[in-house]
Design a protein around this ligand. Structure first.
Ligand SMILES: Cc1cc2nc3c(=O)[nH]c(=O)nc-3n(C[C@H](O)[C@H](O)[C@H](O)COP(=O)(O)OP(=O)(O)OC[C@H]3O[C@@H](n4cnc5c(N)ncnc54)[C@H](O)[C@@H]3O)c2cc1C
Length: 694
């Protein structure tokens, strides 16, 4: 950025106000079930979640004349509204200049493997439409004077398909979509948490009939837990990712997602082994990814032990000051940890070094007022002594200031501003950070219309398991927009959400409520606090970036035991809000067992290191090296090529997690559309494959 940007412009991109929600529509009736007076809300479709993905689905449905409502645990909570990074991005299929085509983009999206090829193409081909429609709704994506979108390169992106409206891109997306939802008068139920999906029928005939929710605001003497019944034959799960699963997490607080909710309803999940981890500040303070310019400014990274002694730990890993500094820079666009990047003194050695410092009880900091200290015996840091790619980038950006803070100010003043908003002045003091969990690539298994295996249940956004092993930065938001639209198109074409449900499902709802009540027991020794502490510590310590067969197997045994205890003893609570959290933690404990089951299965079957995790093994073929010598402790298994072609499917049967594998769906790149031949399928709605739902 060479022109100084006035403060008020920076402010507007950082402090994004959300619209006011309209008054809530009341219930259509109340029924007495399991001794409780339950309000009943009726809809054609209930969207669970008001992040960017859920709002997109709701808006697209409403525009097509469907009877849709949104329920949300927290209207402007969740990842889209409350997190982001300075590289919050969207995919931009290019016009001129950097050249691109949808098929190439699809290949890039699925390049890490374990991703359905047709899904990757759907996301690629849908991306331009998503971008254009968001611009139409008012999303301020940056343009050049001739209307081209400004773009840049991000993680797993060789072309430069990313764009951004600054650190709050996803919040701005929520804002424009929410404004549209309000304009279209989509009913909104805020502070409403879905706790149970209600179904009817058996086997292939099983289908959704509604959802039980809990609302602290809906408490009455006759309904002390604020239970509400939403009758609807169609639901869209858009509840985001399971951010609370890990202790070390850069998700905003209170992100639970819907993996446990889905499992309990017999919905199949996929790719649960795949997540993203990387450096950032944790949710205890201000959760934010330290990618992009934060690291491209090349701050000094160091740790402090319990006695307050500082350690220049990266110097034990890299051989020269130039190598150290260049790899810190590369975290800018190689942000997620990737096992293979620990080899050849690559950039993931930075993550490994940081996580082992943290595991040793040291705190790690980034200091923007110091350049990296020299590796002992080597020359001091200099902008002239950097690897060619790094020197060229900083040269092009004109970031030739002496200190990292000034280089950061030059390249991205918003980066400093953003932390100031949360009372952290990175220009004045070092910033504490760690390696954190950031994204769930797996989730509910869906087809190319967002349909799950349960009739009437769709999933979009991070709730859906549409990503493979790696995902280019920005692909999550794009996928949420594309699949939000696709699910809406499909639901609308089916005609099932045109009118509110009139079903009488008292019997099913009553059984569901009885089940909820039996899971919540005031006298249980298992509390929200104890379950959270156990699940989060286990996931961060045993299923983080460094894993091995024994510790994952042991973690799975412990996770199973916790779920058996929860089934036997229930979860304690004393206030309604805690009862809601109790239900969410019960589901999170189940989700954690599901993730560990998939990981254990993957490792036992010989699966190697890919994406988020290094599978350490004394017999492993890959050995990361550090300047001090080989890191035998972190010797890891190489990725097995065959694993790229399939996905692990997880489902709950009774109390047991069941695992299976399926091949990735394919996409024939040579197939071409032919207008006269293919038009009838569009005109008659055959493209929606609706017979599969009959
Ligand atoms: C720090 C960070 C940086 C990121 N950077 C990028 C990036 O640069 N580019 C990118 O593409 N992606 C990025 N991601 C990922 C991306 O932001 C998320 O995948 C995406 O925002 C998810 O959107 P969503 O609509 O699916 O879910 P969310 O935005 O999380 O919304 C979920 C909604 O569901 C509601 N909800 C949850 N459970 C329930 C329930 N039981 N009942 C009712 N409501 C419920 C919540 O209140 C919320 O409204 C980043 C993530 C993080 C954490």
């Amino acid at each position: 950025m060479t022109t100084a940007v006035p403060q008020e412009i920076l402010d507007a991109l950082t402090d994004v106000d959300m619209p006011r929600l309209p008054p809530e529509a009341g219930p259509s009736e109340a029924v007495r079930l399991a001794g409780i007076e339950v309000p009943v809300y009726r809809a054609g479709c209930v969207v669970v979640g008001s992040g960017a993905a859920g709002l997109r689905a709701a808006v697209e449905m409403k525009r097509r004349g469907d009877d849709v409502v949104i329920m949300s645990q927290s209207a402007w909570g969740g990842t889209s509204a409350c997190s982001g990074s300075d590289k919050q991005t969207l995919h931009t299929a290019n016009t001129a200049d950097q050249g691109d085509n949808y098929k190439a983009m699809a290949r890039a999206i699925r390049s890490g493997g374990a991703m359905d090829e047709d899904t990757a193409y759907v996301e690629a081909v849908g991306s331009s439409r998503m971008m254009a429609s968001l611009q139409f709704l008012g999303l301020p994506l940056p343009q050049d004077p001739l209307g081209g979108t400004l773009r840049y390169q991000t993680d797993h992106d060789e072309v430069g398909r990313a764009t951004s409206c600054g650190p709050r891109t996803s919040r701005l997306m929520v804002k424009v979509l929410a404004e549209e939802a309000i304009r279209l008068a989509v009913p909104f139920y805020n502070q409403t948490t879905a706790v149970k999906i209600l179904t009817e029928g058996e086997g292939a005939d099983r289908h959704v009939v509604g959802i039980l929710a809990m609302r602290a605001g809906g408490r009455t003497e006759e309904n002390p837990l604020g239970i509400a019944l939403y009758a609807s034959d169609v639901i869209v799960l858009a509840a985001g990712g399971p951010g609370e699963l890990y202790r070390d997490s850069v998700y905003p607080n209170g992100c639970f997602g819907s993996l446990g909710l889905a499992l309990e309803a017999g919905v199949e999940l996929v790719n649960l082994t795949e997540s993203q981890f990387g450096i950032g500040t944790r949710r205890e303070g201000f959760p934010w990814n330290l990618s992009g310019t934060y690291v491209q400014a090349i701050p000094h990274i160091y740790s402090v032990d319990a006695d307050g002694v500082e350690h220049h730990f990266l110097a034990q890993y890299y051989r020269s000051t130039q190598e150290l500094a260049s790899n810190v820079f590369r975290k800018g666009y190689q942000w997620p940890f990737h096992a293979t990047r620990m080899l050849d003194f690559g950039s993931s050695l930075v993550d490994l070094a940081i996580s082992s410092e943290t595991a040793a009880g040291r705190r790690v900091f980034m200091d923007f007022n110091r350049n990296p200290l020299p590796v002992p015996g080597d020359l001091p840091f200099s902008l002239e002594r950097l690897d060619e790619d790094v020197r060229l980038y900083l040269g092009k950006a004109g970031a030739d200031e002496e200190m990292p803070i000034d280089r950061l100010k030059h390249m991205n003043p918003l980066a400093i501003e953003l932390y100031r908003r949360y009372k952290i002045d990175i220009a004045a003091e070092p910033l504490a950070f760690a390696v954190n969990n950031q994204h769930m690539n797996g989730g509910i298994m869906v087809d190319t219309w967002g349909r799950s295996n349960l009739a009437g249940c769709y999933a979009v956004g991070e709730a859906a398991g549409t990503h493979g092993v790696t995902r280019p930065g920005g692909a999550a938001l794009n996928a949420g927009q594309v699949f939000g639209t696709r699910a809406a198109e499909h639901i609308s074409a089916s005609g099932r959400a045109k009118r509110a449900s009139t079903d009488d499902m008292s019997g099913i709802a009553e059984a569901g409520i009885a089940d909820l009540l039996s899971a919540l027991r005031a006298e249980s020794p298992l509390t929200v606090k104890s379950i959270r502490a156990e699940v989060q510590a286990r996931m961060s310590d045993k299923a983080g970036i460094i894993c091995n067969r024994q510790s994952v197997a042991q973690a799975l045994i412990e996770a199973r035991k916790l779920n058996a205890d929860i089934r036997a003893e229930g979860v304690a609570y004393d206030r309604t809000a805690e009862a809601i959290r109790g239900m969410q933690w019960r589901q999170m404990a189940l989700a954690s067992e599901a993730v560990l089951s998939a990981l254990d299965y993957f490792i036992r079957k010989g699966g190697g290191s890919r994406g988020a995790r290094a599978i350490c093994d004394a017999e492993g073929e890959s050995l990361p090296l550090a300047s001090a010598g080989p890191l035998e402790e972190y010797r890891f298994r190489r990725e097995r090529e065959a694993d790229r072609d399939e996905q692990i499917v997880v489902r709950l049967e009774g109390d047991k997690i069941r695992l299976s594998r399926r091949a990735n769906r394919t996409f024939d790149e040579s197939a071409r559309s032919f207008f006269e031949r293919d038009w009838p399928a569009w005109l008659t709605g055959r493209i929606y494959d609706l017979t599969a739902d009959d």
